[in-house]
Design a protein around this ligand. Structure first.
Ligand SMILES: [Zn+2]
Length: 340
């Protein structure tokens, strides 16, 4: 369960109006981060500190260091103000097909590369790391399992990559995403997997789904003999049937069409290296969508994502796989953090 900030605005327009006031943006960020005002040092956990109101900075008496509301969150070291951050959080979790870095840059008045880095940091906060298995249990139901191929769109590729593709090099390789939908819990898990071998797919099923659960797949041979691994496995043969009573994979296929719409429509070019992050984003929106018995609003999704920003970090070096963050890069924002 997450803490619901009492004055969370209800619409994007209200969110922008509220968070354009630096003091309100700051107060909201503090409430989400430390519900009830129990501010603790993100470095040492110390609860003894003084607050410098004019600079919106705390000084920790234990480790003798300063911290801001951004330290220890995906926003750490960012030169971008909280007003823009909060608006970006709102947009990415509530725009059904996501938002491209170009659109975000235009809307916030920042550079496209900064928006791109920002969106990836927000995806890091959206990432779910569940500790329980799908299916079988008290609330879990049958689990639909399927995999899909995501191929790069040559028209939207970076020139260098398109050139490689023309030369027949391995730049057009498809990536495989494997997904599982727990039908009763209405939750999806999805991730990029290296291939579609029996070993890969069945290991994922063993890791993610409780033994004894019903598992529904199509007739792909790599799912054969799942029953021997203690699952009640049923298949639909897509050559001549798509649904056999309860046995179908249409829920997870619906998720694939949402994912592909996001990838095709909104994002200019997704490098395979980053595909997992886009999958995480779509999973967040899907698992927190409004349903008949769970009427989540835009404000709820915003509150949820804001409650997940802590304890996570994504540095520019880690994201791009190159350089270090000690190199001064405007997007890495080294040492130039705006505290609010
Ligand atoms: Zn401290």
């Amino acid at each position: 369960m997450y803490y619901f900030y009492m004055d969370t605005p209800a619409t994007l327009q209200k969110a922008i109006a509220t968070f354009s006031d630096p003091e309100k943006a700051f107060q909201a960020a503090v409430e989400f981060r430390w519900p009830g005002g129990n501010v603790t040092c993100p470095r040492c956990g110390g609860a003894k500190h003084s607050f410098v109101k004019t600079r919106r900075i705390w000084f920790c008496y234990d480790c003798k260091k300063q911290f801001t509301v951004k330290v220890g969150t995906v926003m750490e070291d960012s030169p971008i103000g909280l007003d823009k951050w909060m608006t970006a959080f709102w947009m990415i979790c509530n725009c059904k097909n996501g938002i491209s870095s170009y659109e975000l840059a235009k809307n916030l008045g920042i550079r496209q590369n900064s928006a791109w880095f920002m969106l990836h940091r927000i995806r890091e906060a959206m990432k779910d790391d569940p500790t329980f298995k799908l299916g079988g249990g008290e609330e879990g139901g049958p689990v639909e399992v399927d995999e899909t191929f995501v191929s790069p769109n040559p028209r939207k590729m970076h020139n260098s990559r398109r050139l490689k593709l023309k030369k027949g090099e391995n730049a057009g390789a498809k990536a495989v995403v494997m997904g599982m939908l727990d039908r009763d819990a209405r939750k999806v898990r999805a991730k990029v997997v290296p291939n579609v071998t029996r070993e890969t797919l069945q290991n994922e099923i063993l890791n993610q789904i409780q033994g004894g659960s019903k598992v529904y797949t199509d007739g792909y041979p790599a799912y054969d003999r799942l029953a021997a691994k203690q699952f009640i496995h049923e298949t639909v043969n897509h050559v001549n049937e798509y649904v056999r009573g309860q046995v179908h994979t249409q829920g997870i296929e619906n998720f694939w069409s949402l994912l592909k719409r996001t990838l095709r429509g909104t994002y200019v070019a997704v490098e395979p290296f980053h595909l997992d992050a886009y999958v995480d984003e779509q999973v967040f929106r899907y698992n927190n969508r409004a349903t008949k018995d769970n009427k989540l609003t835009d404000a709820d999704r915003f509150a949820l994502i804001m409650s997940q920003v802590g304890g996570k970090r994504l540095t520019y070096a880690k994201l791009t796989g190159k350089g270090t963050d000690t190199v001064c890069h405007p997007e890495a924002g080294t040492g130039q953090e705006e505290p609010f």
